[in-house]
Design a protein around this ligand. Structure first.
Ligand code: SAM
Length: 303
């Protein structure tokens, strides 16, 4: 007798498997591309050194022996490696989606100018300790989650820290190009949860990119004219939540127990603002609207 297989089940399963497979391939390609460009270890070292200088950390070893959390680590965990090089005892790299590709770290390290990594990080940790740690990274042929664990780096994903804290005492929180992807109504919740985990005197640095991610080069402010009701949570996650500089300032002032300040505030003037700004956008003036990048430093206060 012919076996009757319900048609819908195998087809759906097959489609599901192939979709997941395709996404994995795309994630892996993306990781490889990033590891050779913006996620090179020397590039990420420069980014962290830059904000550490602006935060006044030079001459200290601010991360030695500390527990660090990175929010939204992305496809290549290079910033987590930099935190390891700076002496962090533990780095928890987190993301709302599980997209990291540990193997891509080999490319990130080996396409970098290693002397730049050492030199640029040295104001924030003993040069010879950085050299020892860099040399250890150079000996690793295959990066995996287990190898990262031996370095004190743990990948925790998917996790949504707008829903609750990690419940882990943390000394330092870092994010790069992440907070603008969090829906505007969730940003305060996220910052409050991060603050709950932070130890007194603990710090956070967030680098936030305020441009329209649909076409950053040519139309960085186009999203400001789009009707609020069309700018759903999903759209905010991809194009950016449209919070302007003054709104970030207002949100930061609501986080109890934290003292925040801007460490940089860059303005974009080569591209015009749209002629109509949607009424759902809260802003002070054109200057406020054209701020394209901000860096914020927060410190948890004794209560
Ligand atoms: C533009 S990528 C930046 C990745 C990485 N920080 C970097 O510098 O390459 C944005 C990252 O933020 C993550 N993300 C978005 N919303 C998030 C949220 N609510 N909590 C944590 N991560 C989030 C995304 O999954 C993605 O990995």
């Amino acid at each position: 007798m012919k076996r009757v297989i319900p048609k819908s089940r195998p087809v759906l399963y097959h489609e599901f498997k192939s979709k997941i497979g395709k996404l994995r391939i795309l994630d892996s390609r993306r990781a490889k591309r990033l590891a050779a460009t913006t996620k090179r270890l020397d590039v990420c070292s420069a980014q962290i050194a830059h904000v550490f200088h602006l935060s006044g950390f030079a001459g200290e070893s601010p991360l030695r022996g500390k527990t660090c959390v990175e929010i939204g680590s992305g496809w290549v965990l290079s910033h987590a490696l930099v935190l390891y090089l700076l002496g962090a005892a533990k780095v928890i790299a987190t993301d709302v989606q599980r997209v990291a590709n540990p193997a891509a770290l080999y490319q990130s390290i080996h396409s970098s100018a290693i002397s730049i990594v050492r030199d640029i990080l040295s104001p924030f940790e003993d040069h010879s300790l950085i050299r020892t740690r860099v040399n250890r990274l150079l000996t690793i042929k295959t990066f995996s989650y287990d190898v990262l664990k031996d370095l004190g780096i743990e990948y925790v994903a998917p996790v949504d820290l707008t829903k609750g804290p990690l419940n882990l005492k943390t000394d330092f929180v870092f994010s790069f190009s992440v907070l603008e992807h969090v829906p505007a109504s969730d940003v305060l919740l996220l910052l409050e949860n991060l603050t709950r985990d932070l130890s007194v005197e603990g710090k956070m640095i967030h680098c936030i990119h305020l441009e329209d991610h649909r076409d950053i080069s040519n139309a960085p402010f186009d999203f400001l004219s789009e009707p609020g009701e069309k700018f759903s949570r999903e759209v905010q996650c991809t194009r950016g939540n449209r919070l302007r500089c003054s709104q970030w300032s207002a949100i930061l002032s609501q986080v109890k127990g934290m003292e925040f300040r801007f460490i940089y505030e860059w303005t974009r003037s080569d591209k015009k603002l749209p002629t109509i700004i949607d009424p759902s956008i809260n802003y002070i003036d054109d200057e406020d609207l054209t701020v394209s990048h901000i860096g914020i430093l927060g410190k948890k206060m004794k209560i």
